[in-house]
Design a binder for this molecule. Structure first.
Ligand code: ADP
Ligand code: ADP
Length: 214
């Protein structure tokens, strides 16, 4: 059984924009999958469905055996918080909170904020010494590592990343990709959207979208 299952999934915006067209997909626990394809091919749409930010127009999306296709906004949010860690191209850190506080906010939505545990998460991404810095005091690569720590804090089954190195220079890109390699080695399930074939090739499996089809 897959951690993620899509059965005959279509997403239609408005009357006739078929962003995803009859997609079948299964991703097993522990897999690292990259999603590639040209702009407008449906990558963001697929990520939004799997990330429980939207529901399909047709078909079934299952996350950890939960059919999310018919859930309302509140129920989707609950599944997302329990199962999924999100990493974005734009880091989406709260600018007036320190690195450790940004992680505690994510913890708070799940259970209780715990500063010690939040600090340990920063240590795992090599940023223990930056815990009390504001995002603007961190490099792009450091900010993205804070985001990875934040994504991991609630022990999600799945890490979803949307162009996680899109805003980084070469050196920081390598640091963040090394971190994803390590997460994969430790058994995390990763799904990463990327434009960059070099990044996509690091995954053990590549999915290519074209006009909403696999
Ligand atoms: P990328 O190709 O980098 O994934 P896009 O430019 O396709 O980004 O999309 C950026 C965001 O804009 C996405 O969240 C997507 O859902 C939204 N979007 C894309 N096209 C449209 C559209 N025609 N109408 C409304 N929102 C759109
Ligand atoms: P990608 O991420 O690969 O760039 P998207 O999933 O953002 O692709 O978009 C797939 C198609 O759906 C595109 O034609 C885009 O313009 C359209 N689209 C995406 N989001 C919306 C939206 N919210 N409303 C209308 N059309 C959209």
């Amino acid at each position: 059984m897959g951690l993620i299952t899509l059965e005959n999934v279509s997403k239609i915006y408005g009357e006739d924009v078929r962003a995803l067209d009859n997609v079948d997909l299964e991703i097993k626990e522990g897999e690292w999958v990259s999603v590639m394809g040209p702009s407008g091919s449906g990558k963001s749409t697929m990520l939004n469905l799997i990330g429980c930010m939207d529901t399909p127009s047709k078909g079934i999306v299952k996350i950890d055996d939960i059919d999310i296709s018919e859930l309302d906004k509140k129920e989707l949010t609950k599944v997302r918080r329990e199962k999924i860690g999100l990493v974005f191209q734009q880091f989406h850190l709260v600018p007036y909170l320190t690195a450790v506080e940004n992680i505690m906010v994510a913890q708070y939505y799940h259970s209780m904020a715990d500063e010690k545990e939040a600090k340990q998460a920063l240590e795992k991404v090599g940023l223990g010494h930056r815990a009390n810095h504001l995002p603007k005091e961190l490099s792009g690569g450091e900010q993205q590592r804070v985001c990875v720590a934040r994504a991991l804090i609630n022990y999600p089954k799945l890490i979803l990343a949307d162009e996680p190195t899109g805003n980084l220079d070469k050196e920081n890109e390598n640091i963040v990709l090394d971190l994803f390699e390590e997460l994969h080695t430790n058994g995390h399930t990763i799904m990463m959207v990327t434009h960059d074939p070099k990044v996509g090739k690091l995954a053990e499996r590549q999915i290519n979208l074209d006009h909403g089809q696999l």
